[in-house]
Ligand binder design. Structure first.
Ligand code: GDP
Ligand code: NAG
Ligand code: NAG
Ligand code: MG
Length: 430
């Protein structure tokens, strides 16, 4: 009798707990993720990327550096210091909130990143070190003489490009350092490199001695064997979960305008270390999402960018095939262009684009992420040719478990064949 009662009790508790165990509240808890060694033994890796690069290539560079830090931690405790976001080339909207010195937590879930490697915001690094100093800076660059056959190599060399760093009267090195003017470095070198991320590990362990090392132009470092085809790349990618406040805003929009939520769409998020979906498990919301890249893309890829008329035609083909009436438009076009485009669909379809609903002030990076999250949850997605913005959406859909046919689609340019070459299907690897 007592035993039965007890098991009923246990069952009730289990049910009660499990109502919450799957809720999206606090998927990722803060924990002390720094390596458990004496504070003086921990070393810090900092990095930056060519200022001209956009948001979504930067996300790929993060994966390279994160995996380097992961491999370093197999032998020594290193912490990855997250480079604050500064105003990027595409981030032109002027709002009351300046688009510089943006910490990573505004865009990504730091506790999720920390399940992959130890990470720290730059602000926290500055608090930790007292003096705003970085011990060693290496500016990665090409080989001046070029190359005839590709081989891995790295050498300290004279700077090829005009110096981005200079020595002040005290012998300290000054540079951009994410617009933190007080920050300086003790040592600076240019390093010509043609190398995989793993090759930087022995260099950092043996050739550098400072507690903090900064690799500038980190996009020079390439994935090598840890590319999109590898589980290591996907592990780093899966850890890049968007910040909860942005997921929440995008989810709210899906529910309010697109009749879409995780329960119906079978897109419920779990902690990424436990999440493993088969293709086709996710259904997605009843809308076609398109990423229509404009602006600089019109000049960079004129042959592959469709006219608005043609983009409407191509979208309608998908709407008919999947018997859907709603379109979500993610684009960097102006609102004027968007309204023209929207009209071209006529009255048979409903067209949507995220706009702020209240006093929440979004920066361009926030809006990119909200657009990407909404696209990632659509029944079908159509992207733009070789856009890293589209690629990141496609990966998100791989993580959520969509049928690949609904993910790896792109618009064809007006003069391309109607069945133009579609994007490579990058299989998620666990
Ligand atoms: N909100 C929003 N921004 C976009 C969109 N497409 C491009 N952008 C902006 O333009 C930038 C494109 O640069 P990048 O991320 O490098 O992607 P790529 O140039 O398309 O490979 C993004 O980071 C955004 O700031 C879009 O569909 N929605
Ligand atoms: C790193 O140190 C080794 C051993 O001293 C040396 O051979 C190598 O050239 C150094 N690498 C660089 C990039 O300086
Ligand atoms: C403001 O709008 C966002 C979505 O755009 C929503 O998530 C949030 O709850 C709204 N806040 C208030 C106070 O209405
Ligand atoms: Mg770009």
């Amino acid at each position: 009798m007592y035993n039965t009662l007890l098991s009923v009790y246990v069952l009730l508790i289990a049910i009660f707990v499990c109502v919450y165990c799957h809720s999206d509240e606090n998927l990722y808890q803060a924990k002390d993720n720094l390596p458990v060694h004496g504070p003086n033994q921990v070393r810090y890796l900092l990095y930056d990327v060519n200022p001209g690069e956009g948001f979504n290539l930067r996300r790929d560079v993060y994966m390279r550096v994160a995996n380097l830090v992961k491999f370093l931690n197999e032998d020594e405790p290193w912490v990855l210091v997250l480079p604050p976001w500064v105003r990027l080339y595409h981030w032109r909207s002027t709002s009351l909130r300046p688009q510089n010195k943006i910490p990573w937590r505004e865009f990504f879930d730091i506790n999720s990143l920390a399940l992959h490697v130890p990470v720290m915001e730059f602000e926290d690094y500055l608090k930790k070190v007292d003096t705003p100093v970085i011990d060693e800076v290496y500016y990665l660059q090409r080989y001046k003489e070029g190359w005839s056959k590709w081989e891995e190599k790295m050498d300290i060399r004279e700077c090829v490009d005009p110096a981005r760093y200079h020595q002040d009267e005290n012998g300290n090195w000054r540079g951009r350092f994410f617009d933190y003017e007080e920050v300086y470095a003790k040592k600076f070198e240019c390093m010509s490199a043609q190398a995989y991320l793993l090759t930087f590990k022995p260099f950092l362990m043996k050739n550098t001695t400072g507690q903090s090392v900064f690799l500038d132009r980190a996009e020079t470092m390439i994935h090598g064997q840890y590319s999109e085809w590898s589980p290591e790349w996907w592990t780093a990618r899966r850890s890049m979960v968007f910040a909860k406040h942005l997921r929440d805003d995008a989810d709210w929009y899906r529910e309010t305008y697109l009749d879409s939520n995780d329960k119906k769409d079978k897109t419920k998020l779990e902690v990424w270390t436990k999440m493993k979906r088969a293709h086709g498990e996710a259904k997605g919301g009843p809308y076609v999402a398109i990423h229509l890249r404009r602006n600089d893309y019109l000049h960079a890829h004129p042959k592959e960018v469709p006219s608005y008329e043609n983009a409407v035609k191509q979208t309608i083909k998908y709407l008919k095939k999947y018997k859907i009436k709603k379109v979500y438009v993610s684009t960097d076009a102006s609102w004027d262009d968007y309204f023209k485009f929207k009209k071209m669909f006529g009255s048979d379809y409903e067209i949507f684009k995220f706009e702020k609903q209240n006093l929440t002030v979004y920066k361009d990076g926030h809006l990119s992420i909200i657009d990407q999250w909404i696209c990632a949850h659509a029944r079908v997605f159509i992207g733009s040719y070789v856009s890293t913005f589209s690629f990141r959406i496609q990966e998100e859909r791989e993580i959520l478990g969509f049928d690949q046919e609904t993910t790896f689609n792109r618009f064809c340019g007006d003069d391309e064949p109607k069945d133009c070459e579609q994007p490579t299907k990058w299989d998620i690897k666990y």
